[in-house]
Design a protein around this ligand. Structure first.
Ligand code: AHR
Length: 512
């Protein structure tokens, strides 16, 4: 098979926002306890932060981390997680049917973010709580001092304000699984009021309203329209979530599914801009893709989602990612990059153990899952200007199965190009990076890329991820089964790059 790509230095989509390369830490399973935080672990520092995990986080290079949930936040009392640890209550967490010990909370998270070199993104509880609680948490976090709550933070040992800039107004409020789920009208009102109060305290913050939990929600479309009608003046972002699946055991459809993320993004943009148009407003609401990943094995089956007996930090959502998951995941990275003009923030859900690129054994080692590598590629080489790509590639037809509740939803996807590609030009080192996914399962793809407007490009580095066994995984005992290897045979003459991409492969080519 053969494909052609044309790129021009002057034809750009947008600069990637650093927040496009975010991730997510929720009080869920072993993400916090036994993941980022494990006092007594051989690598833990005096604060209980696992240094082996921190090292992998630094290598993965996320920029912003969303916290504390997720479904968890909709029942969370933030006061439970601050102050002397011995006074903190143990509580039932109804999101994940576990017991929350509260030995890790907001201040510990801020310290951990500093250690990891990432920006914190906080979510407020608009499920069991509301605007009043949101403004109290903001005052605790961001107000310098001289009020009850800011002085409480100082008394707890954090003299300086945390200055959290990015806040999520609740989580997945359209979902019946959410504690105190709401109609779009109810949520829109509450989100607008919470936003007003929060911005009166700190006008420098940026706010994301909850959009749809997935493209297949029955309320998708009307939800965004109603929520933004209430909150348009008060927020900067609307969120969207996607978990790609291969329930149907149909690899071709699975690898095509990131194209539905493209559609989802473009549809949300259209709705947000329609709300702006009704107001004759030049303001553009940006998108916060604050949960995205592959997730299905531990999603619908109860034993993967919850464990009986209200355990602390149960082993739930511990999805083991294989080679083909990494390919679909890479496709999602390309979808995000190619929408850098409107997706200004995105969070890989999640970071450690629960549907995560990093796995740990409690008391034992930490290792990289297959999806670690495409994320690392995107966050390391995706900084800069995303260029428009004109792609000519053979295509295929497929149907993607995306269940909703007990119903079977099938989405035909037509003319899926075997080649999915994104190109980013980094101005600092003047490097051009080509991210390319070959979705053909049995044929290599000869790609000819015309890269216009760059003088004297040479191949700086090229690597690929592939394996004859699409089911191959990384484990504690074989942590390097799937890892990038050099991509040989990249040729360049003048402005033309030629390369042969292996079947079912993720490829990164750096020119400079
Ligand atoms: O990331 C896991 C869960 O998926 C989150 O808690 C929730 O927001 C979503 O449904």
């Amino acid at each position: 098979k053969e494909a052609k790509v044309t790129i021009d230095r002057d034809f750009s989509i947008a600069e990637t926002d650093p927040r496009l390369f975010g991730a997510f830490v929720e009080h869920l399973g072993r993400c916090v306890y036994g993941g980022i935080y494990e006092p007594g672990h051989p690598t833990a520092d005096e604060r209980g932060f696992r240094q082996d995990v921190l090292e992998l986080v630094r290598e993965l290079a996320p920029t912003i981390i969303r916290y504390p949930g997720g479904n968890f936040v909709s029942g969370y009392n933030w006061e439970d997680g601050v102050g002397p640890v011995e006074n903190r209550p143990r509580r039932l967490d109804l999101a994940w049917m576990s017991t929350e010990p509260n030995t890790f909370g907001t201040n510990e998270f801020m310290d951990w973010c500093q250690a990891a070199g990432v920006e914190p993104m906080m979510a407020v509880n608009l499920g069991t709580r509301g605007p009043d609680d949101a403004r109290r948490l903001l005052e605790y976090c961001n107000f310098p001092g001289g009020t009850e709550l800011s002085d409480l933070r100082r008394a707890h040992g954090w003299e300086k304000p945390h200055n959290v800039k990015f806040w999520c107004l609740g989580n997945e409020m359209d979902g019946p699984w959410q504690m105190e789920t709401k109609t779009a009208w109810e949520y829109g009102r509450i989100a607008a009021e919470a936003a007003k109060l929060m911005k009166w305290i700190d006008p420098t913050i940026e706010l994301a309203a909850c959009g749809s939990s997935s493209r297949n929600m029955p309320t998708f479309g009307s939800w965004e329209d109603t929520v933004l009608d209430h909150s348009f003046e008060h927020v900067e972002y609307i969120s969207l979530h996607t978990y790609l699946n291969n329930y149907a055991d149909d690899t071709a459809a699975f690898l095509a599914s990131p194209d539905l993320m493209d559609s989802f993004i473009e549809e949300v943009v259209a709705i947000a801009d329609a709300v702006a148009a009704r107001r004759r407003s030049p303001k553009r609401i940006m998108l916060s893709f604050d949960e995205w990943n592959v997730w299905y094995r531990t999603r619908r089956k109860n034993e993967g989602r919850v464990k009986l007996g209200w355990p602390v930090a149960p082993q739930i959502l511990e999805e083991i990612y294989n080679m083909q998951d990494a390919l679909a995941f890479g496709g999602a990275c390309i979808s995000l990059l190619n929408h850098a003009d409107r997706v200004k923030s995105a969070c890989l859900a999640q970071l450690v153990n629960a549907i995560a690129p990093i796995m740990t054994e409690t008391g034992g080692p930490a290792w990289r899952q297959t999806i670690f590598y495409p994320f690392k590629d995107m966050s390391t080489f995706g900084r800069g200007t995303v260029l428009q790509t004109k792609v000519s590639s053979p295509t295929y037809e497929t149907t993607y199965y995306d269940p909703r509740g007990t119903s079977d939803l099938r989405f035909p996807i037509s003319a899926v190009p075997y080649l999915k590609v994104s190109v980013v030009h980094n101005h600092e080192d003047d490097c051009v990076t080509i991210f390319a996914l070959n979705r053909s399962l049995d044929a290599s793809l000869s790609v000819e890329a015309l890269v216009r407007g760059f003088d004297g490009l040479t191949v700086k580095e090229a690597h690929q991820m592939r394996n004859d066994d699409l089911m191959a995984v990384n484990t504690k005992d074989a942590p390097d089964t799937i890892a990038p290897t050099p991509l040989e045979g990249v040729e360049i003459w003048d402005e033309t790059v030629k390369v042969k991409l292996a079947p079912a492969s993720w490829n990164v080519i750096r020119l400079g």
